[in-house]
Design a protein. Sequence first.
Length: 305
Amino acid sequence: MRKDFIAINWGSSNFRAYLIDNDGHVQDTWIEASGIASLDRAGMAAQIDRLVRRWPEVECLYACGMVGSNIGWDDAGYAECPIGLEELAKRLHTTEIVGRKMLIVPGLACRRMADGAPDIMRGEETELFGLLSEGRLPLNGTVALPGTHGKWVRIVDGRVTEFMTAMSGEIFDRLTANGLLASIVGASAKPDSAFDAGVNAGASRKLGLGTLLFGARARVIRHELVRDDAASYLRGVLIGAEIADACALYPIGGDAPVTLIGTNQVCAMYAGALTLLGIGSVTVDAADATIKGFAALHAVSKVPA
């Protein structure tokens, strides 16, 4: 029987590690704000050293996320789409850290059919295949992973075929933290009537984002939008425009709901925007999806017992 293993989701900002048994059940969890962006090479090694001291009996380590990027421990590269679970497992990148073998999940790369543009993801692939392995995603459909850099993924016959990335989350964070638009924001964004108005404006595609975003300032100055609603309106504009882009690329809507993978707070805003635009959705927790992904990769990989 194969042994327990350690699964690490190591992104730019956070370090999430799970002790998982042979049946795919989590036995222990360790989460810290020790992301790749804040650590040099010695710091990464020290982090893993602390980890193996915490669970010293476990030898098998998997990792996904920015740890496998060009700023991480070892560049795991990108696997080309379309791709399925077993193909991804064959592309696991073997490296060594503090004397332990670590298998890093590569990112995915695609070239979209509609516009011929390239795109990349890193970390989300583990979530997708975790849910696909359990039959919790449609074998044919569109999946969204809202976040700082949100992904919209097209799945065909159980394989990831292509995807698009939108920087809506990062744009919102930066615009409301510094610069001209930060001066009009009086409260946090929430799904309300101002948010709905922003979604409709962004999804209409009548004007570009540059014009719509400055328009929020004009609305506040002209007393057509109160400062406490400005963040909601801005968030709505960005999400509405993102959904419009996704709908332009992929067959979204009809009877098939969009599966949203992420945190409840962010997914709730996307679910509200989709409902407003006549599109159904279901939400799945991202952490659970990641754990299932590591379990699925472990089950089909050739790591010895």
